[in-house]
Ligand binder design. Structure first.
Ligand SMILES: [Zn+2]
Ligand SMILES: [Zn+2]
Length: 114
């Protein structure tokens, strides 16, 4: 143990701190924003909108079949020129074509207050 110098220990400490900071940074970000919302008595999940937009269809309720990663592909655009736009899009199964979900946190608070 005598081989480990103070500077080595300090280096290990800094390295561990940086590693922790890198891993924790997004979580700290989320924690800060959620604590800001709760201090404003806003919902942590939806910011008091009561609705959470569907990530799959980006709130439109419709998704284009064949689109990869939410991006419309060039072929899809060619097809939609020839067909009606509602034929080239299908209802989003993720949200039931609504484009949004009820915020579970607000919904729970609402039902508990009944
Ligand atoms: Zn959706
Ligand atoms: Zn909410």
């Amino acid at each position: 143990m005598e081989n480990i110098t103070a500077s080595e220990i300090a280096g290990l400490g800094v390295g561990a701190f940086l590693l922790c900071a890198t891993i924790a940074a997004p979580k700290v970000d989320a924690f800060i924003s959620s604590s800001q919302r709760s201090s404003l008595k806003m919902c942590r999940r939806c910011g008091d909108v009561k609705l959470i937009p569907c990530k799959k269809c980006k709130g439109s309720g419709l998704v284009k079949p064949g689109g990869l990663f939410g991006l419309s592909n060039p072929m899809g655009d060619l097809v939609s020129d020839r067909f009606e736009s509602n034929q080239s899009s299908i209802p989003c199964v993720n949200c039931g074509a609504k484009g949004h979900f009820h915020c579970p946190q607000c919904y729970q608070a609402f039902t508990e207050s009944q």
